[in-house]
Design a binder for this molecule. Structure first.
Ligand code: HEC
Length: 102
């Protein structure tokens, strides 16, 4: 007599557990960025720099898509851009170099 009820209860429990697991996964993926992931903020800062300092002469995407094989190469590129007339603070310069060398 009790068997059907027990089975239903067990199924309801299993469903609840599944929902809890799904919620846990959702909650984890929605967790705000931890400090370890902080570099993901760099591109937006770099975008701002590029918009302010490089956009006048070429599209933002051109600068953002450029990649340097080494710090040296990034320094040379920026030296060249400064030669063309780009204006960079030391902080902007190092942010860009860190972004280009990846
Ligand atoms: C005053 C104009 C000017 C500004 C400002 C400027 N550039 Fe340039 N850029 C140029 C010119 C001209 C070229 C093409 C000649 C050359 O490569 O030196 C160029 C080329 C480039 C290239 C292609 C280089 C290659 O070898 O393919 C990249 C990447 C680049 N610029 C990035 C930047 C970045 C990043 C900034 C901002 C910090 C910037 N530029 C600011 C004028 C400018």
């Amino acid at each position: 007599m009790h068997a059907p009820t027990t089975k239903r209860t067990a199924r309801a429990c299993a469903a609840l557990l599944l929902m809890a697991a799904a919620l846990a996964v959702t909650a984890c993926s929605a967790t705000p960025r931890t400090p370890a992931q902080a570099p993901t903020q760099a591109p937006s800062r770099v975008e701002e720099i590029v918009e302010a300092r490089c956009f006048g002469c070429h599209p933002v995407a051109k600068a953002l898509n450029w990649k340097a094989p080494s710090t040296d190469a990034a320094e040379k590129l920026l030296d060249r851009m400064v030669g063309h007339g780009a204006n960079l603070t030391a902080a902007e310069r190092s942010a860009l170099i860190a972004y280009f060398v990846k």
